[in-house]
Design a binder for this molecule. Structure first.
Ligand SMILES: Cc1cc2nc3c(=O)[nH]c(=O)nc-3n(C[C@H](O)[C@H](O)[C@H](O)COP(=O)(O)O)c2cc1C
Length: 190
């Protein structure tokens, strides 16, 4: 399958990098986009982010490359993930602003009725952030807050990252073993 992965300037660049690696290892074709904001944030969080994503991707684009394949609906991708997704990129998509390759590709996915998953990272949230989430959700985007569960007894930061990456793969319908699933109690036997 063929996926668009956009990495924006929210904290959590590692989510996008790990997603590229998982999809690439499974044999999917990843077409990545780094915004300028993502490059700035990566300097603080993960210096080799672009290199790592490059190794797992068919191609890596800049936000200003509006002639990239994902800028057109005719290129037929199976879905798009924005991970991490900044509040700025959320606002652009929610309000239909096709101002760079990420918002253009996201809005193309929505018009083509293809999955668009936004892995958001911000806290706390203003009312405007929440309104943009609602707008994007009404428009067809899937809102995924970066919000790991603790019921699987995570032990490491990697466990927390894998939980988030696994949740995104679930939404794309891709099988994985990145976290232990909740199976409920055994029952009281009564
Ligand atoms: C180290 C660092 C961490 C940031 N973390 C966040 C964040 O968690 N969420 C967010 O919405 N913006 C965050 N920002 C701000 C965005 O990078 C900024 O709004 C940028 O313009 C987003 O543009 P983009 O969506 O085109 O990448 C952060 C910036 C820096 C430098």
């Amino acid at each position: 399958m063929k996926y668009i992965l956009a990495i924006t300037g929210a904290s959590g660049i590692i989510y996008g990098v790990r997603l590229a690696e998982e999809l690439g290892n499974m044999g999917h074709d990843v077409y990545a986009i780094f915004t300028n904001g993502a490059k700035a944030t990566a300097k603080y969080e993960l210096g080799d982010a672009i290199e790592r994503v490059g190794k797992s991707s068919k191609a890596v684009f800049n936000e200003n490359e509006l002639d990239a394949p994902m800028a057109s609906g005719s290129a037929r991708f199976d879905g798009m993930v924005v991970a991490p997704c900044s509040m700025k990129t959320l606002a652009s998509i929610a309000n239909g602003l096709e101002e760079n390759l990420v918002s253009r590709a996201g809005l193309v996915q929505l018009k083509e009725r293809k999955p668009l998953i936004l892995l958001l990272r911000e806290t706390p949230l203003s009312t405007l952030h929440i309104m943009n989430m609602l707008k994007a959700s009404i428009g067809g985007a899937i809102i995924v807050p970066a919000s790991p569960g603790f019921y699987g007894n995570p032990r490491t930061v990697d466990d927390l990252i894998n939980f988030q990456v696994g949740k995104v793969l679930d939404l794309l319908g891709i099988q994985h073993n990145l976290f232990r699933r909740w199976s409920g109690p055994e029952g009281s036997g009564n």
